[in-house]
Write a protein that binds this ligand. Structure first.
Ligand code: GRG
Length: 291
């Protein structure tokens, strides 16, 4: 199957799955909350995290559909983080995923609550997964919470905010970005592997792959803030120039090499899987992404 066909299949599946989540609550009175949550959740986006989850599940078991509740949960948490990240008290951004940010449409209060709902409902969604041996639902939920919470993405965001007034060392930037962006990518890869009944060695390999890919993805993100356009990115660009980004630390040319290096580190972890060609191609394609 060509890389594009498989990615399209994964994307269409997760889009359809995400559409069902709030549709089933439509008899409840809090419609505005569901509208606000769906406004951002169904606004497109690359769906990279679900794609990673599906492909790791397939690489472990040959089937990928069992990963859907976990893939959706990660995408819901990712969407909540984007809504909150765009708020006036955070980055104060006006555009996301090609449309006005959530708070611009629904107001700040409802945007906070839509994010809260997506975060919490993500665990309800994840709880409908069936986790095969040797893993348990408790393993999966703990991994998701650890990745999203104060040890993971939120912790990374806090360290980022705390460090805004000073220049950071390379190690500090790596630590912040590994949490802020890397931890949800870690959750996507590892939960997909768990849904496929990964062995311990396969789960460790998924985690190692995610660590490299997460850094490569964030460095490319920093580059796109400089070389990308609002049209391509679906959000404002040039907004990071006061931040501790990789581009500020190293410049564009070195960043291009770092993206390659971290991607190849990621790819080198995949030897334990019999059929990892597609994932290798995906990781390499992401080094040149424009969106
Ligand atoms: C709790 C108030 C409050 C805020 C939380 C946790 C948080 C804010 C922010 C998390 C940090 C964050 C938003 C990191 C950005 C990571 C990143 C590279 C996002 C873009 O991901 P893509 O390119 O986006 O996959 P699409 O739209 O394609 O899904």
């Amino acid at each position: 199957m060509s890389p594009d066909t498989r990615a399209r299949e994964y994307r269409e599946y997760i889009e359809a799955y995400l559409k069902t989540l709030y549709a089933k609550f439509r008899s409840e009175p809090q419609q505005l909350l569901f509208d606000a949550a769906e406004y951002s959740l169904l606004a497109g986006g690359k769906r990279l995290r679900p794609i990673l989850a599906f492909e790791f599940c397939r690489m472990c078991s040959g089937e990928w559909e069992p990963a859907a509740p976990l893939a959706a949960a990660v995408e819901m948490i990712h969407t909540y983080s984007l809504i909150h990240d765009d708020l006036p008290c955070m980055d104060n951004d006006d555009f996301r995923r090609g449309r006005p940010t959530n708070h611009k449409v629904f107001g700040e209060g409802m945007a906070v609550l839509a994010g809260d709902a997506l975060l919490t409902d993500a665990f309800l969604t994840a709880s409908s997964a069936r986790i095969p041996q040797p893993w348990t639902m408790a393993d999966a939920i703990a991994l998701l919470a650890e990745s999203a919470g104060s040890l993971g993405m939120v912790g990374g965001q806090v360290l980022d905010i705390m460090s805004q007034e000073r220049e950071l060392t390379e190690q500090e930037v790596l630590d912040i970005q590994s949490r802020k962006t890397g931890k949800l990518i870690h959750a996507a890869c590892c939960l997909g592997a768990m849904a496929g009944g990964a062995s311990r060695a396969q789960l460790d390999a998924a985690a190692q792959f995610a660590a490299g890919l997460g850094l490569a993805f964030q460095i490319r993100d920093d580059m796109l803030d400089v070389i990308g356009t609002q049209e391509e990115m679906g959000k404002g660009v040039g907004t990071d120039d006061q931040k501790n980004t990789f581009v500020r630390l190293y410049g564009l040319e070195t960043c291009e090499n770092l993206v390659e290096t971290y991607t190849e580190n990621a790819v080198s972890a995949l030897g334990v899987f019999e059929d990892s060609e597609w994932m290798i191609q995906l990781a390499r394609d992401l080094t040149r992404r424009r969106t």
